[in-house]
Structures are given as C-alpha cells and as structure tokens.
Design a protein around this ligand. Structure first.
Ligand code: ATP
Length: 347
C-alpha cells in the first residue's frame, strides 16, 4: 500500500550554457493502488520523472513523498519500490527460478521460502513450466515476464515500470497488457508506468498524466482525457489517427482552432444527416486506407494545402477515391474548441 506524491519537481541536467530542463515543475499525486500512466513523446521527461521516484536521479528542485515520507534523501533500496525496465537485465547463467528469487537471496531469505515465493510469482505470470530454463532459452515475452516476476517477489509498495512492453511483438504486447491489468487488480500495489504508447495508456491506466517538454499537460481518467483534451497537444497525442485540427479562420473565427476526431467527420452527401449548426470543409482525397473493419480517408483541405484531414468511415459502398473532391461535415456537439494562440481548450 502506498501513495506517491510529487511536489513541484524540476530536473535540470548540466549547467551554464549546457543546462537543459528535462522536468519542469511537475506536481502529481498518485493515490494508493492507482495504475498511473506517464504518457508523452520521446524526450518529454517521463523516464527522468520515474527515476526520481526510484531514487536513481535527484530532483534539482521539489520533493518526492512516498506515503507522506519525504524520500529525497532515502537510498533507492530503502524506498520499497521495484523498477522494471524495457531491457530485462536477467542473469544469463542463472535459471528462471534463480533469477526470480534473486532479490530475496540478497535480503537473506532462506532457500525454501525463496523457492516457494518464486514458484508463486511464476504461476501468476504463467511461467511455471519454464522455471528450470535459462533466459537464453526463452522468448522475449517470457523473459519480460521473468523480469516482472522478479519485481513481484519483492512485494514492493510501488511498481515503477519504464516501457516494459516495447520489445514485444503486437500480439504479445496485447496479452501482456491484459496480464498487467490483472496483476494490478490482484496485488495491493501502486503502479507507475511510463510509455509513449497511447493504446497502453488508454487500456491499462486508472489515470493518465500527459507530459509535453517536461511539463504536465493534463491528468485524468483515460476516457476523460480522450473526450475532453485540455490542449491541442493532448488532442493530437491521444487517439489514432489523431484529432483533426482545423483553423477557425476557415469557418469565420480566426481566434480559435477547432478539433474534430476522425470518427466524427462524415462525408456530406447533401441529405442533412450531419445535423444543423456544425461545419463543413471541402477537401481533396489523397489516399484511402482499407483496414477491414473501417476505412481511413486521408485528405487535404481545399484552399489550405497545409490542412490535413482524416476521416474514419465504415467500409460501405460509395466511398471516394484518391483525387476526388469531397465535402466533410461535422456536428456542433463533436467540435472541440482551442485558443488559436495558446492551444488551450476553451470552455
Ligand atoms: P524516451 O521515451 O525517449 O525514453 P523520455 O520521455 O523518457 O524519453 P527522458 O529520458 O526523461 O525522456 O529525457 C528527458 C530529457 O532529458 C531528454 O532531452 C534527455 O536528452 C535529457 N536527459 C535524460 N537523461 C540525461 C542525462 N543523464 N544527462 C543529460 N540529459 C539527460
């Protein structure tokens, strides 16, 4: 059981002309047993943030609390956290069982108890049949699960995970995502999980903290962040394909930018089905991608070549082809409005 609290955390690497701010005044509270995702593009500072919770990096400013205890000066091994990285860092000459029980050996726990704990963690992750193998005789996904099992036996109050699934293929990633959610449900631990993959964030997180250039852009439940993005950055980072951003000037108000999700763009066939009060954009189709369950129509706005538009449409007859001029329409209730200058969401 643990709550993690970050108060005004800043991290600057280097000094003088070389100084670079990796994390910029981040405050975040992660309640006990939350599955919190730190989400953002490469280089946004999410790993640095995680490493400061682990104690592997010192904040330049600000405080880290675990269960109301300020841990800035507490050694990593005394923080009751376990970290799982993208690289599994297993001992190649030790068996799976020995790898898993290693943290307990370091703690001086007896052989029988170690073996029992390792066995239990292996069962949780479906590794029972592989306990006698060496890491070299396992698949990437199995190795990743050994690294997870090794973290589990420590029974940490907080799990810190840094892109632990990025080495896995798509199918295995999907399976392991589900396993992690299940694991979180069964363990009494708080999870702090770093990723740049918005699918992981949407499917696993209780809440998501979106980070951009070291700053916190938005914190909320995944669906909330999807439905009400706080900025153009969040709107375009969450959702695949990303939200269309249309300059308000095209529709008569240059002080705003309008956001419309690809699933909310319709091909206007002139039957009035899109409802009153919305908007329309004329565009030329660049490419049509048939994905089986849906079709993506990629276009650029007529009169504004820089305006890229994507619509997600059902795979039905009558779809346009490359080069066709179409009219996209959208209903008012699906429009997100952002300040044209700051990119922030408008009420
Ligand atoms: P990725 O997903 O690519 O790992 P990230 O969001 O985790 O990215 P960080 O690793 O936290 O990003 O890095 C944030 C910024 O701090 C980057 O610009 C990086 O170059 C810089 N940085 C990280 N570690 C150091 C270091 N030890 N010394 C100097 N700069 C660093």
């Amino acid at each position: 059981m643990a709550q993690v609290r970050l108060e005004h955390i800043t991290k600057v690497f280097g000094d003088g002309a070389e100084a670079a701010t990796a994390v910029d005044d981040v405050s975040l509270e992660i309640p006990d047993h939350e599955f919190m995702i730190l989400l953002g593009p490469s280089g946004c500072g999410k790993s640095t943030l995680l490493r400061m919770v682990a104690g592997l990096e010192d904040p330049t400013e600000g405080d880290v609390f675990i269960d109301d205890v300020r841990v800035n000066d507490v050694e990593p091994k005394l923080r009751d956290v376990a970290m799982v990285f993208q690289s599994y860092a297993l001992y190649p000459h030790k068996t799976v069982a020995r790898n898993i029980e290693f943290p307990l050996k370091v703690r001086g726990i007896g052989k029988a108890e170690r073996a029992a704990e390792a066995q239990r963690a292996a069962e949780v992750l479906g590794l029972g049949p592989y306990l006698g193998r060496k890491p070299g005789q396992l698949s990437g996904g199995q190795r990743q699960r050994v690294a997870l099992a090794r973290a589990i036996v420590r029974r940490p109050a907080v799990f810190l995970m840094d892109e632990p699934l990025s080495n896995l293929d798509a199918k295995l990633r999907g399976d392991t995502r589900a396993e992690l959610v299940d694991l979180h449900r069964r363990l009494d631990s708080t999870f702090l999980y770093v990723t740049h993959d918005q699918v992981e964030a949407m499917t696993m997180g209780t809440r998501v903290a979106v980070i951009n250039q070291g700053r916190l852009e938005q914190v909320g439940a995944p669906q909330e962040v999807y439905d009400r993005p706080a900025s153009v950055f969040v709107a375009q980072f969450i959702g695949t394909p990303p939200m269309n951003i249309i300059p308000g000037g095209l529709l008569g108000d240059g002080s705003v930018r309008l956001g419309v999700r690809p699933e909310h763009l319709r091909l206007d066939t002139g039957d009035g089905a899109t409802g009153a009060g919305g908007g329309r954009v004329q565009a030329t189709v660049r490419q049509v991608e048939h994905l089986g369950h849906e079709v993506l129509v990629l276009a650029h706005g007529n009169g504004d070549d820089g305006l890229a538009l994507t619509a997600r449409l059902p795979p039905e007859p009558g779809l346009p082809g490359a080069g066709d001029v179409v009219e996209f329409a959208f209903a008012d209730r699906h429009v997100h409005r952002f300040d044209a200058a700051s990119g922030e969401r408008l009420p």
